[in-house]
Design a protein around this ligand. Structure first.
Ligand code: ADP
Ligand code: MG
Length: 500
């Protein structure tokens, strides 16, 4: 009998379904990986399993008994502990105080536990794992790997037999990762069930016995790790879903090579990204496919002027691009950033204000040192019309819009000035089908108007549907540039690291 079982779990946020009929089971003594791209629903599933979120429908069972969790503390009392993606320690408190605080929350009383007994239990656990921890040091002063160990102690307290790790290696240094893996293996050997979330194929292959692959909230594969390779996992992760829409005629007739290269990238190197070179012609969409975490973020950051490359250069026409958002705007590059809420929008500001960002310095919208409010508002109204933004009006706050309409604001700003180059990063993440098709049409229109477009997306279908050429990144290097008609299995292999 599985230690933990989920049956037909569904979780909706408003009209969006983040988990859709998910079945999952965890055995005692196994490390079970949950793999999926960003936005696949991994954290949502774990938050349901650990009592942080309630399922919309579906059932959870522990040792074959149906259970319901009112809170994480409740789940913890029933044997489930979770180590979150973002740590929940209080930085100015000591390690011991942090443990006491969380112990007390679990018991529900105001500081009713004696510090000493909490500490004794934690110290015994730490010793069994071979750790020596600075109990009196302030949590905020410790290396991330040590902070994570404190989180593990918190999750392990009491009768915990199920431990969930949400992307635990994302924050670790290369030397801390093997240490964490050793801990996970030891805990599994002691008979605990471990759920390990990741979007990194090599980690999943190295650590787990079984893999459940999530895509858009659904389980798309259940595999025994020993029978998998990276290519199979990559393919399962990015498999088919969106139905491709045919290109409008205007695009295919323009397209490749219509007038020399606009965007040229040479030997770009930053962090994971190594010596990347490519170029994009006017009216062309070059799509980057690859499992997330293979250099896409670095590439997007360089192309949008957010970070300075360690070496290499980016040219628009003959002009060398400086690493600054302002230089990017001046070079007529429109950016659709990955995270619309953090980088794309000022949520508490109005649509007019949001749409003004980027044009505030142009003479058209300035009267001496003041902004020309009337002109800006008129422009916002036009853009709301043109980009079909469903809102009460230009004075509505960005936070009041649905996700799809927020993304239209971001796109309006990126595409309004008829840019020469467009950088689109996961432009449809988290959107529903209608909004996705809108975004795709907007990109095709920019393409038809002659823009050179770089599309970086973890949605393989999106890349294949929109791109004229498909570049595959693996571990920061270009594995090849192939035609979008390339068979999926072949792409999966490239994404898993095979040479083109
Ligand atoms: P993963 O951990 O696999 O990257 P998540 O479970 O965090 O994915 O998110 C799955 C989807 O659910 C995403 O599209 C995300 O935007 C959406 N989502 C997650 N939490 C919420 C929330 N609280 N409200 C609305 N949408 C959410
Ligand atoms: Mg997550």
């Amino acid at each position: 009998m599985p230690l933990l079982e989920a049956r037909a779990l569904t979780r909706r946020f408003g009209s969006f379904t983040a988990l859709d009929g998910v079945d999952f089971d965890l055995r005692a003594g196994e490390i079970h990986a949950v793999l999926g791209e960003n936005g696949a629903g991994k954290s949502t599933l774990m938050n349901v399993l650990s009592g942080l979120l309630r399922p919309s429908t579906g059932e959870l069972l522990i040792d074959g008994q149906s259970v319901r969790f009112a809170s994480p503390a409740d789940a913890n009392a029933q044997g489930i502990g979770m180590v979150h993606q973002h740590f929940l320690l209080v930085p100015p408190l000591s390690v011991a105080e942090n443990l006491l605080l969380s112990a007390d929350k679990a018991k529900g009383g105001p500081l009713s536990w004696p510090l000493k007994s909490v500490l004794t239990e934690a110290q015994a656990l730490a010793k069994s794992l071979g750790w020596s921890l600075p109990w009196d040091a302030l949590a905020g002063s410790l290396p991330v790997g040590t902070q994570q160990r404190i989180e593990i102690l918190k999750a392990l307290r009491g009768q915990t037999k199920i431990l969930i790790f949400d992307e635990p290696t994302a924050v670790l240094t290369p030397t801390e990762t093997p240490e964490l893996f050793a801990t996970l293996r030891q805990l599994a050997a002691e008979g605990k069930g471990i759920v390990f979330i990741s979007h990194k194929l090599d980690e999943v292959l190295a650590l787990s016995e079984r893999v459940t692959v999530l895509r858009r909230g659904k389980v798309v594969a259940r595999l025994a790790t020993a029978e998998c390779d990276a290519g199979m996992l990559a393919e399962a992760m990015v498999g088919s879903n969106l139905s491709p829409t045919p290109l409008p005629d205007s695009c295919s007739s323009l397209g490749k090579g219509a007038g020399g290269e606009v965007l040229t990238v040479q030997n770009l190197t930053l962090g994971k990204l190594k010596n990347l070179s490519f170029s994009v012609a006017p009216g062309e969409i070059l799509g980057f496919a690859g499992v997330d975490g293979n250099g896409q973020t670095e590439l997007a950051d360089c192309l949008s002027g957010m970070r300075k490359p360690e070496s290499g250069e980016i040219r628009v026409g003959a002009m060398r691009l400086s690493p600054a958002p302002k230089a990017v705007r001046e070079a007529q590059i429109g950016v659709i950033p990955a995270d619309r809420q953090k980088r794309g929008l000022a949520l508490s500001m109005t649509l007019t204000e949001n749409l003004t960002l980027g044009v505030q310095d142009s003479p058209e919208f300035r009267k001496s040192i003041f902004l020309n409010a009337k002109a800006l508002r008129a422009r916002a109204e036009q853009l709301i019309q043109r980009f079909d933004i469903r809102t009460e009006g230009p004075e509505s706050r960005a936070s009041s819009l649905s996700g799809g309409n927020q993304q239209k604001v971001v796109i309006a700003r990126a595409l309004a000035g008829e840019p020469k180059v467009v950088i689109a990063v996961n432009p449809t993440r988290g959107l529903d089908v209608g909004a996705i098709s809108y975004v795709h049409t907007a990109l095709r229109e920019a393409q038809a108007a002659g823009a050179a477009i770089v599309l970086i997306s973890t949605e393989l279908d999106e890349v294949l549907t929109l791109s004229d050429r498909v570049a595959v990144l693996f571990e920061g290097k270009l594995r090849g540039i192939v035609a979008p008609e390339t068979p999926r299995e072949e792409l999966g292999r490239l994404m898993g690291g095979a040479a083109a």
